[in-house]
Design a protein around this ligand. Structure first.
Ligand SMILES: Nc1ncnc2c1ncn2[C@@H]1O[C@H](COP(=O)(O)OP(=O)(O)OP(=O)(O)O)[C@@H](O)[C@H]1O
Ligand SMILES: [Mg+2]
Length: 589
């Protein structure tokens, strides 16, 4: 209870973070350090400007001494040396700021990538499966890249503000009236550009949405290589991609125009402000020529820092929509965190499904009130028309989704209470389509589980009747499988997936149509494998091919989300119309 309350508070805190807080995330001390360095640099620069103007006037007046503070004087040489020292200090501080800012930017982008990828990997299958293909890549590349853009702008804004404050302090000391004008003009300029920043932000949001659409559609096209050729629709695909590129271009251009307008507008206004300030300072009559020169220099510099400040503001406004998307996604992944019951799993033994119902969309049940039990070391086949709910049932048995009603029990424990890692070791899965990773055959059988030995890999390959095929390759287990398993046949890939599932000696293996894409010989090999496993583990196999089903002890018929039969093949042939019809169609009976 306490834990969930804390989690809820944490989640709310994350949700209520502003985009800037989200990006800064624990790096405030670094940012403050940067501000201090910049402030010190700004003071050094301002002092340099004043010293130089005072020295210039002293030189032209041939005074030989320069007034620095109150009634303290330095010789021209001493003043020039002081100015040189200030320049060196300024350069050192600026260089230090650049290094800090570069590190900050790189760290922030890596940080967001860590947070997002971890949250994604920790989220449930339900959440992951609902993501559009290619969207995670886009979030981790372009969108996360925007955090570095924000951080860069933020560092620039901090630098510019710190410098502005330093210059302002100085101009207050030199000429309070000039300083007032300076504050007013920078403030008014910022306010005048506010509506433009709102436009930039709106257009930034459109660019960000169009970018995601573009990336995911492109991902779809790149996955469709074979179908595009077979259906000869490359021209149509090109047109679709072309339209997306154009739509994206228009949005980017509109965004760039708004963002680009900010600088010329600012510069124009800044020069007007400068003229105004000159007029005010001239009218105030309290200013000596020396301090007037210094004020003008300081003002020019201030206005250019003001320009940097508003430039970074505008570019932040453009990047913020992408950050908001990152925040929403991160929240979605954290809210959908995979639940781990944590209870140790003893032996699996009997598996009992009690009154289970499940729906993907509220009110539309795809499984209704299913109950059955599977004995240890039994081979159970699941058959039924397409869309009946077989794969959904398997996802529930694997603990990938939770039923809305009913329970799935191992011993007396609901499987949702169990430790996920142990459960995944004891209950494995062979999907319908093989997903291979870049690497060797051994890497693919091991599948990221580093503690699996080569002996285990070979034992699993033998069980899956893949070992002889592998020994036929010159590189053996080191043979690279290439992208999308390019160097292995469909049957070999399927058997590799079986070996992958067997490598940690599970107690139960679930297969979703493992033979549907296989030739007769490969299918025969898979059947032999399953039969060979009979004494070692429980097997649940979805199969359309009824020839796979004659090795099953019991067969379950799932139709329109209902379990309409669960019996031995012989008895089912007598009682289930669907099963009898299917047997007749496949020519087996
Ligand atoms: N991720 C999902 N979101 C929403 N509905 C889904 C999802 N996956 C499946 N469905 C729906 O649930 C129902 C059952 O699908 P399921 O994949 O379990 O059927 P199946 O029996 O495995 O079919 P097949 O033999 O064709 O593989 C179908 O109506 C399907 O449209
Ligand atoms: Mg299915």
């Amino acid at each position: 209870m306490q834990v969930s309350a804390r989690r809820a508070r944490g989640a709310t805190a994350e949700r209520s973070d502003t985009p800037l807080q989200f990006v800064v995330h624990g790096r405030r001390p670094a940012l403050v350090g940067l501000a201090f360095t910049a402030f010190a640099g700004g003071i050094a620069e301002a002092l340099f400007l004043v010293t130089v103007t005072r020295a210039a006037f002293a030189i032209t007046d041939r005074k030989g001494r320069v007034g620095i503070v109150a009634d303290r004087y330095l010789s021209v040489h001493q003043t020039l040396l002081l100015a040189l020292g200030l320049v060196l200090l300024r350069v050192a501080l600026a260089a230090w700021s650049s290094v800090q800012s570069a590190n900050l930017t790189a760290n922030v982008i890596a940080d967001v990538r860590h947070r997002l990828s971890s949250a994604f990997l920790d989220s449930s299958w339900e959440i992951q499966q609902a993501q559009r293909a290619g969207s995670l890549q886009e979030l981790l590349t372009t969108y996360s890249g925007q955090t570095s853009a924000i951080m860069q702008s933020l560092s620039l804004a901090v630098l510019a503000s710190a410098n502005l404050v330093a210059l302002l302090g100085l101009s207050i000391a030199v000429d309070p009236v000039g300083a007032l004008v300076l504050v007013l003009s920078v403030g008014i300029l910022g306010a005048l550009l506010r509506p433009l920043r709102a436009v930039v932000r709106r257009r930034g949001a459109l660019v960000s949405a169009a970018g995601m659409e573009f990336a995911t559609s492109l991902n779809e096209v790149s996955e469709l290589g074979l179908e595009l050729h077979v259906f000869h629709v490359q021209d149509q695909a090109r047109r679709r991609v072309g339209t997306l590129i154009e739509e994206f271009r228009v949005k980017v251009a509109r965004f760039q125009i708004a963002a680009g307008l900010a600088t010329p507008i600012y510069v124009g206004l800044a020069y007007l402000a400068l003229l105004g300030a000159l007029a005010v300072v001239a009218e105030s009559k309290v200013t000596s020529l020396t301090s007037l020169g210094a004020v003008m220099l300081v003002m020019l510099r201030s206005l250019s820092y003001g320009q940097a400040l508003q430039g970074s503001y505008t570019s932040m406004a453009g990047s913020i929509p992408a950050i908001e998307v990152l925040q929403t996604q991160l929240q979605l992944f954290s809210d959908g965190k995979r639940h781990d019951g944590g209870v140790a799993v003893s032996e699996i033994g009997e598996l009992r499904v009690e009154n289970v119902s499940f729906s993907y969309v509220a009110g539309q049940e795809v499984l209704h009130d299913i109950s059955f039990a599977v004995d240890p070391h039994e081979i159970v086949g699941i058959v039924g028309p397409s869309g009946g709910g077989k794969s959904t049932l398997v996802q529930l048995l694997l603990g990938l989704r939770d039923p809305q009603r009913g329970r799935i029990l191992v011993g007396e424990r609901d499987i949702s209470e169990l430790d996920k890692t142990e459960w995944a070791r004891k209950v494995t899965f062979v999907p319908q389509t093989a997903h291979l990773i870049a690497g060797s055959i051994a890497d693919n059988i091991r599948f990221l589980r580093d503690d699996v030995s080569h002996a285990d890999v070979e034992r699993a390959a033998r069980l899956a009747h893949l070992h002889d095929d592998i020994m036929g390759f010159p590189e053996g287990y080191d043979r690279p499988v290439g992208e999308h398993g390019g160097h292995l046949s469909g049957g070999q890939q399927q058997r590799l997936c079986i070996a992958r599932a067997l490598v940690e000696s599970p107690e139960m293996m679930i297969l979703d149509e493992p033979t549907s894409a296989l030739d007769v010989r490969s299918e025969h090999l898979v059947r032999t494998t399953l039969l060979g496993l009979k004494d070692r583990m429980t097997v649940i196999v979805i199969a359309h091919r009824l020839s796979t089903l004659d090795i099953c002890d019991r067969i379950m018929v799932i139709q329109s989300g209902e379990m309409i039969g669960y019996d031995t093949p012989e008895r089912l042939a007598a009682t289930s119309d669907f099963f009898r019809e299917a047997l007749e169609l496949s020519g087996l009976r």
